[in-house]
Write a protein that binds this ligand. Structure first.
Ligand code: HEC
Length: 252
């Protein structure tokens, strides 16, 4: 009785809280839906060059390094990724917009995304990019569930669709939710790679390093067995010699 009474009293409160939560339709913080591979990173880099590099720099990632890490030729990099005019193959990814223009048009300069995935984590980035909603009260017309009053306009709306704060679809996107979801997950994979470009090199070398350790362990074990065989043989010899000399003494 003591246990059931407070629950009964709190019931309507819980119901109210659940209803309020459902009305806001906050998306859960979810992990990106694609594996982290070179293929997804390349797809994400392409998506980034097409949709994000107008505003965002990834200045710590040089185009040349990207080619070497992802197995792409200079011609491929130039054609697909060096989008803003004047981009330099030996330098980092730079935005098309200058800082002054961005400040004038957007209110503040878009951040450099070189280390954003390390700072915020792939799960947050993915959720951020899928949490924009239409908000006519904002100067840009956009708001975000996980970044309230964000200055970034939702440039992906034509592909992903326009939603209200409550999750109601106002204008469907050109892409199906599944395809759009994959594109966003790809771009998150690219940002993860950009913040840690040696990841694929490390993974490739790691296999050999572990292989070398396994080989060394086997050799060390065989060597140990060989050394101890000598020690055991000597011990056995000395035992048999001792017993041979002691026996006659006892007898006598
Ligand atoms: C029209 C310019 C513009 C484009 C295009 C754009 N962004 Fe942004 N972005 C911004 C601005 C401005 C901010 C700063 C928002 C703030 O601090 O309020 C921002 C912030 C961000 C942040 C930081 C969020 C945080 O929590 O600090 C990330 C991540 C990001 N953008 C990713 C992207 C990706 C990925 C794309 C491409 C799909 C993209 N942006 C396209 C302008 C842009």
């Amino acid at each position: 009785m003591r246990k059931t009474l407070p629950r009964a009293a709190l019931g309507p409160l819980f119901a109210l809280a659940t209803a309020a939560h459902a009305a806001v339709m906050k998306p859960p913080v979810a992990p990106p839906s694609v594996p982290f591979t070179k293929a997804t990173v390349i797809a994400g880099a392409q998506f980034f060059a097409d949709h994000c590099s107008a505003c965002h720099a990834v200045s710590n990632l040089r185009y040349k390094r990207m080619g070497a890490d992802l197995g792409l030729t200079k011609a491929m990099i130039k054609k697909s990724f060096m989008k803003p005019g004047g981009a330099n193959y030996l330098k980092g990814m730079r935005p098309a917009m200058t800082q002054a223009q961005a400040k004038k048009w957007l209110g503040l300069p878009p951040p450099n995304l070189s280390h954003m995935a390390r700072a915020l984590g792939p799960r947050f980035l993915y959720t951020y990019l899928t949490s924009f909603y239409w908000d006519p009260k904002r100067p840009s017309g956009w708001n975000n569930h996980v970044f309230p009053n964000v200055a970034m306009p939702y440039i992906l709306a034509p592909w992903g669709g326009i939603y209200t704060k409550n999750g109601k679809l106002l204008v469907p996107g050109r892409e199906s939710p599944a395809v759009f979801d994959r594109h966003v997950a790809d771009v998150v994979a690219f940002l993860r790679y950009a913040s840690d470009p040696s990841v694929f090199e490390r993974r490739a070398i790691g296999r050999y390093v572990i292989g070398a350790f396994v080989l060394l362990s086997i050799l060390a074990y065989l060597l140990k067995k060989d050394y101890w065989r000598d020690v055991h043989d000597k011990e056995a010899d000395s035992h048999s010699q001792k017993s041979a000399t002691i026996k006659p003494a006892r007898k006598g």
